[in-house]
Design a protein around this ligand. Structure first.
Ligand code: 26W
Length: 822
């Protein structure tokens, strides 16, 4: 059992302490008297890494000897956060390390704070990848994650005068103790150039790509420790480097210095993570990034396969499954075709058969602006051979469409990989569906909409190919590690098996009405709120009352997520308090965390507005401390780990049909927060689990949204018929919140009125306002609230990422676990 596994630790306190001192001396060249917290952090990581690497070696050897089938998770983003606490936790060494450091006069909690977040992702999609590789290792499944070794992760957010400023993130500036460079596994990737057609004597046409540039991909491996510490898998991230072949003509002409400038270009490929969430900018460098990491990863997969199976391709699809995390790595499909047809000289049909048994694709969004399309001209310039291959795939696919729907040109235009128009575009979603054997959405409702609205014809053509796998989160990081006090309370009540078997939390439900347990549960919440309050005071100088309701919205800033709905309601509460100082409400602290894409004007305006409203409300004695607004800067994984355990109310208020799943909703509910939410994404499944009494659902359903849109939605109807909406929107136009700068907040009003309110904020406003009254009343009934909070924790079993991975394994990957001897 897990409990047993975790007590059989490989190293005790004395040995751990020795290892830390040894690394302080011989790895860092310092000593106990001189070391600061950063040095202690590095020494502790190094001591831990000894254990980790031993596990890694054993795991890799076991997988190799057993010639295991493995999943290869291709993702442009992995939002890992910090690793030390997680690795200690998963190895069962957290208390050991804590004790060892204490004897050295050092607090482990201070040391953990030294670690920079590994923020190689934007939000949901990247964090999902991180949770999945945790579960894969925990479940002892042979798996490897492939991604990009960005030099700069997601920007650091500063707030100046209420506005977001982006600063570079430099997570590796002082070295990363976890990563290992593997120069022996460098790959080369070609770009640009032209395609030569050669005619062989047997009449066979051979295509040869003469690239204009070659760059190197240098792999960095991050060990991924499963809970229990037996399996240690790898996350392999590719860094671009100049190969000396880059722009060889400049080099040959003796332009030595010019060639160095070209080197810079090669190294730009992995320089920085694109900070756009859900909008495709069509930038050339991004397509190059995608091809760069997809090609390196495929070549690495093929190298491993050949080591065991030589040139026999017949078993490739038995050994290899490749999961495409959205369409960002979809270029891997034509790349594998190129390698098989042009290089391995397989015939097209055999190659296509291999491809369509290897790839599977996960869709994470329905927003039209997020669906990747690349100009064919750009493709032709960067990847001329791949464009030819895509045309060939499409040509054969069009023949299939003609068989199914004879002479239907409209159908062909709809299904084609190529979108015809002013500028020809390559639709990466279509390529992914056609080239994969399975396609999944990430929550029940989202998968239904993928089938009904996004790819209905594909669903008809290949019944069963489109399916659902509901997202999940790792309970190791998102409860055990981030909320140690609640974890201990749960251990005491139901035992300590729950991190590996989250359905065990059900055992808490029968104590939900027990007064003593309620008190204990809420005491932990109160302590977590105090810790967050201290953090808010220290970092922002704002006093918040821990007896107030902590109401939290944390996620990327996007109109569809409707932070501005939250803001309008806050302004309305403020207004009610000004009009009636006795307005009856329990004190509330609204807390936000959100980054806006740097080019997303309205998103940045909303951040500015939240901060300006916060300034006013927090400094207005008339609200009598009943209302506070806090915007915490630089929201990231490590900040989420502090906010989530302290949350009472979880805001999940997207327009129905727009949020594919959400995963923050699961993390907050797991930590005993009550959701106020729409019937969107995984909220629906959360409601099914906790029951209607333990969640506050409001607003339009997907069907109601569609019907209102069809009947002609007019936001002015709400503006003129609802005095509160009108007052609040008009307030934005004054200089009340921005003294001396009238109109500084007007863009929000404009988008909601002249702009047509694309996400129907005004249509859901009244329902949202009423839902908050339900929250208020429920919170005031202390026993009722405690019961709701406990039930939320108790019913989150479904949302462990272990269950998601089990679904992938059974429905898609067909993997078997592989025991690694400890
Ligand atoms: C090309 C620009 C771009 C970049 C990232 C477009 C789209 C994306 C991602 C697909 C956005 C994303 O992270 N989507 C989120 O994925 C989560 C994990 O499945 C879901 O829980 C969220 O609902 C979804 O918004």
């Amino acid at each position: 059992t897990s409990a047993k596994k975790l007590t059989e630790v490989s190293i005790d306190k004395k040995d751990f302490k020795q290892a830390v001192i040894r690394h302080l001396h011989s790895t860092l060249g310092t000593d106990e008297n001189k070391a600061n917290n950063h040095a202690w952090w590095k020494a502790t990581c190094a001591a831990m890494q000894e254990q980790v690497l031993e596990g890694l070696r054993k795991t890799q050897k076991t997988h190799y000897l057993n010639d295991t089938r493995a999943v290869h998770y291709l993702s442009a983003e992995f939002l890992m956060g910090r690793l030390l606490s997680n690795n200690l936790q998963n190895f069962g060494l957290f208390e050991v390390a804590q004790g060892a450091l204490k004897e050295l006069g050092v607090e482990l909690s201070d040391v953990l704070e030294e670690e920079p977040d590994m923020a190689l992702g934007n939000g949901g999609l990247g964090r999902l990848a991180a949770c999945f590789i945790d579960s894969l290792a925990t479940m002892e499944l042979p798996a490897i994650g492939y991604g990009i070794h960005y030099e700069h992760g997601l920007f650091r957010q500063e707030i100046h005068g209420g506005a977001q400023i982006e600063r570079p993130d430099s997570w590796r500036d002082y070295g990363n103790p976890w990563e290992i460079c593997r120069p022996e596994s460098i790959q080369e990737v070609s770009l640009y150039g032209y395609v030569e057609t050669k005619y062989g004597d047997n009449g066979r046409i051979h295509k040869e790509w003469h690239p204009g540039a070659i760059v190197k991909g240098v792999p960095w491996d991050i060990p991924i420790v499963g809970y229990g510490g037996n399996t240690v898998n790898v996350l392999r991230l590719w860094q671009s480097q100049s190969s000396g072949y880059f722009n060889w003509d400049v080099f040959n002409a003796g332009g030595y210095v010019d060639a160095q400038r070209e080197n810079v270009l090669a190294e730009t490929i992995s320089k920085v993570l694109y900070p756009n969430d859900e909008t495709e900018a069509g930038k050339e460098l991004r397509l190059i990034q995608q091809y760069f990491f997809s090609s390196c990863s495929l070549k690495d997969i093929i190298r491993r396969y050949k080591r065991a199976h030589g040139d026999d391709w017949s078993r490739f699809a038995d050994q290899v499954v490749i999961q495409l995390n959205d369409t960002h790595p979809a270029i891997a499909i034509p790349e594998l075709m190129r390698i098989l047809v042009d290089r391995a000289e397989l015939d097209w049909d055999s190659a296509w058969n291999i491809c369509t048994n290897v790839f599977a694709y996960t869709n994470h969004t329905l927003l039209p602006e997020a669906l990747e399309k690349w100009p064919a001209r750009m493709f032709e310039k960067i990847l001329p051979r791949h464009l030819e291959i895509i045309y060939e795939i499409n040509h054969r696919f069009m023949a299939l469409v003609d068989k199914q729907w004879p002479n239907d040109n409209a159908m062909k235009a709809r299904l084609s990989i190529i979108e015809e128009g002013n500028e020809k575009m390559v639709r990466m979603g279509h390529l992914s569906v056609i080239g994969s054997f399975a396609v999944n959405g990430v929550a029940e409702i989202h998968s239904r909409l993928v089938k009904q609205n996004l790819f209905p014809e594909f669903d008809q053509l290949w019944p069963g190919k489109l399916t659902n796998v509901t997202n999940g989160i790792t309970p190791r990081r998102w409860l055990k590690a981030c909320n140690p006090e609640l974890s201990k309370l749960i251990d005491k009540k139901i035992g300590s098996d729950w991190p590996m078997d989250l359905d065990k939390l059900q055992g808490l439900a029968k104590h939900a009405d027990n007064k003593t347990f309620q008190k204990q549960f809420m005491k932990v919440k109160q302590a977590n709120k105090q810790a967050l309050a201290d953090e808010i005071k220290q970092s922002m100088g704002i006093d918040v009352d821990v007896n107030a309701i902590f109401d939290v919205q944390i996620k990327r800033l996007h109109e569809y997520k409707r932070q501005h709905l939250n803001l309008l309601h806050i302004m309305a509460l403020y207004r009610r308090l000004l009009e009636d100082p006795d307005y009856d409400m329990h004190p509330r602290v609204f807390i936000f965390g959100a980054k806006a894409a740097p080019g997303y004007k309205l998103a940045k305006d909303i951040i500015f507005a939240i901060n300006k409203v916060a300034d006013k409300v927090n400094n207005d004695p008339r609200v009598n401390n009943k209302l506070k607004v806090v915007f915490m800067p630089n929201y990231r994984v490590s900040l989420a780990e502090k906010m989530i355990p302290a949350t009472d109310v979880s805001e999940q208020i997207s327009t129905a049909g727009k949020e594919a799943s959400g995963t923050g909703n699961m993390k907050l509910a797991l930590n005993g927060a009550v959701t106020i939410g729409t019937l969107d994404g995984a909220n629906i499944e959360i409601a099914e689990e906790v029951g209607d009494d333990n969640i506050v659902i409001f607003g339009m359903t997907v069907e109601e949204v569609e019907a209102l849109k069809a009947s002609g939605y007019n936001p002015y109807d709400y503006y003129y018929n609802d005095a509160e909406i009108k007052a609040v929107l008009d307030w934005l136009e004054t200089d009340y919140f921005t003294p001396g700068q009238p109109g500084a907040l007007v863009s929000i009003k404009q988008s909601l009125l002249e702009g047509g309110d694309p996400y129907m904020v005004l249509a859901d406003y009244q329902a949202y306002s009423e839902a908050h009254k339900v929250i208020d009343a429920a919170y005031r009934d202390k026993e009722r609230w405690a019961r709701m909070a406990i039930i939320n924790t108790a019913k989150m079993g479904k949302f462990t990422s272990d269950r998601s991975i089990r679904d992938y394994v059974e429905k898609i990957w067909k993997l078997e676990s592989c025991k690694v001897e400890s």
